[in-house]
Design a protein around this ligand. Sequence first.
Ligand code: 3PG
Length: 313
Amino acid sequence: MKTIRDVDIKNKRVFVRCDFNVPVDKKGNIENDFRIRQTLPTLEYILKKGGSIVLASHFSGGELDLVWERVKHSIGENNISFLENLRLNKGEEENSDEFAKELAALADIYVNDAFGVCHRNHASVVKITEYLPSFAGFLLEKEVEVLNKVMENPETPFVAVIGGVKFESKSKVIERFLEKADYVLVGGKIGLSDEVRMLSSEKLILPTDNVDGFDIGPRSIKDFCNIIKKAKTIVWAGPVGYFEKHPYDKGTEEIGKEIIKNKQCFKVAGGGDTINAVFKFKLEDGFDHLSTGGGAMLDFIAEKELPGIKALK
Ligand code: 3PG
């Protein structure tokens, strides 16, 4: 995968595909601008090297105005054009040739810095690479590097902590961790599901108690923490309880705190809810890497080739 370091950017127009699909609260404010902050190094690099930027993203919150305001506040607006929410054009999700050409006509170079959407076969992620010289941005480069390192060459003991609600959404990921990791701790509704109990494996550690079915119980917290203490590599994907609501936040908070307490260990967390939990409990500085990917990270770990990454190769 070539990166923006491999191309001369001076006086070039650079189409940068970001994933600024950030969470928005009930009052319409950005709840967490983590994804925006993570792409700033790529944007700053392009401007510093004398390029101009055509900035593009999708956004499930509708118009991108509040996102663009946040970007302008961080790096200004000189030499940056801001596009509309890409998904307002149906050609985006159809991976349409016509829409990709329209987008490509706006620039000389394409940069993908949107790891979170690389699992989507969309025009601004995949098709556009047929029409412009294409490169990865720094965020995408780091995501791929870190996730490859933990899945292919982890220091052991390697511990995966999985949570969440739907077994189907994590089943492939749990299987892959059962191949690669030494312990797979599964909490959340998934940890209590019948499906997970059918996966017999010595590596699989399930809750032995719970709080009203919404959180892992004190005995399970202790069991999970005892394993986390020994780890040299940890990947955390999914809260172990309904952390948005007290008192069901205890399991996720205790597990998160135990992970960052382990100083000898390489620590990665990812997925929308996990990242929200990490920020809620102020654990963000304790991790070596926080992934911006939700579905993209899960697909990557499950060894599915992400169309957006394949298109850059
Ligand atoms: C995400 O929030 O996980 C990404 O922005 C992808 O969004 P999508 O699931 O709507 O494609």
